[in-house]
Design a protein. Structure first.
Ligand SMILES: C[S@@+](CC[C@H](N)C(=O)[O-])C[C@H]1O[C@@H](n2cnc3c(N)ncnc32)[C@H](O)[C@@H]1O
Length: 267
């Protein structure tokens, strides 16, 4: 066995009691960004999304989501937009990289016409199994491990929360999602701003790093403009303050103070 940092991490993780891990994971909730890389391969991927720490955090987030606490910020914007579209007719929403369906469960009590909202989540098997286990007959929610074929499926809304940054070919993904002919795209907690697009490494929950891309906001707006979409709503997500999370390897000019929420509507 090659004895490297990753093996050492696994050994430490194996012998650390769950109670200690939980304390550590709690302290690691804020992400740390480190380095500027030429691409995802150079940044290196330790696959946080299948890790014990992420699964535990997702379980805790899902429990909290079911409490029905008031919505604000990006969740308020998401519920408001979905309510505007679903008042009169049924809509289908594709929540790409939606984890356990956290956002659906969180906004569900605030949906004006919940029967009009069909919500499809795409993510890995472990997370969607967890999400599925909380589904009741009231929820119009379905889970998928892969994107459904576009020919059989159209979606009214494509939703991506805090995930586009982890997709290597993000433009390719967006083009693919547009084949579902959505009339609305909602991107929340998007890592974009008045900076040059670049790839960094994010240390995520449970010691695992993942490649992560910060985007130039004008680039993404211009991409959707060329695809026939206008910006309907756009706001900085001040609740997600990133200022303390960059290490010194990231130049000040490449740091955004917070993420952003943006809604595009087909012209
Ligand atoms: C920060 S989490 C956000 C999860 C969810 N959107 C939420 O709001 O709770 C990032 C998510 O991206 C998912 N993800 C990363 N790469 C993916 C890919 N290539 N395809 C689908 N999901 C992916 C991970 O499994 C993880 O659930």
């Amino acid at each position: 066995m090659k004895f490297n940092a990753s093996v050492l991490k696994d050994i430490i993780a194996g012998i650390t009691p769950l109670s200690v891990k939980r304390l550590y994971w709690k302290s690691m909730r804020s992400a740390a960004f480190s380095g500027v890389f030429k691409d995802f391969a150079e940044a290196g991927d330790e696959h946080p999304w299948e890790s014990e720490g992420w699964i535990e955090l997702s379980r805790q987030k899902l429990q909290a989501a079911l409490s029905g606490a008031p919505l604000d910020g990006y969740l308020g914007l998401t519920a408001e937009t979905i309510n505007e579209l679903s008042g009169e007719k049924t809509i289908k929403v594709l929540d790409f990289a939606g984890g356990t369906g956290f956002v659906y469960y969180r906004i569900f009590p605030f949906l004006a016409a919940p029967d009009n909202v069909l919500w499809h989540v795409v993510d890995n098997a472990t997370l969607i199994d967890m999400g599925r286990s909380h589904k009741t007959e009231r929820h119009r929610l379905a889970f998928f491990e892969t994107l459904p074929p576009a020919l059989d499926n159209n979606y009214d809304v494509v939703y991506i929360n805090a995930s586009l940054q982890y997709i290597d070919d993000h433009v390719g993904l967006l083009k693919k999602l547009l084949t579902y002919r959505p009339r609305c795209i909602i991107l929340t907690r998007l890592l974009a701003g008045d900076i040059k697009t670049y790839v960094t490494s994010q240390i995520n929950v449970g010691w695992h790093k993942t490649p992560c891309r910060f985007l130039n906001a004008r680039e993404i707006i211009s991409f959707f403009d060329q695809e026939g979409f206008d910006v309907l709503k756009s706001a900085p997500n001040r609740a997600e303050c990133l200022s303390g999370h960059y290490d010194k390897s990231i130049p000040t000019a490449m740091r955004i103070p917070c993420s952003m929420d943006i809604v595009f509507r087909r012209r």
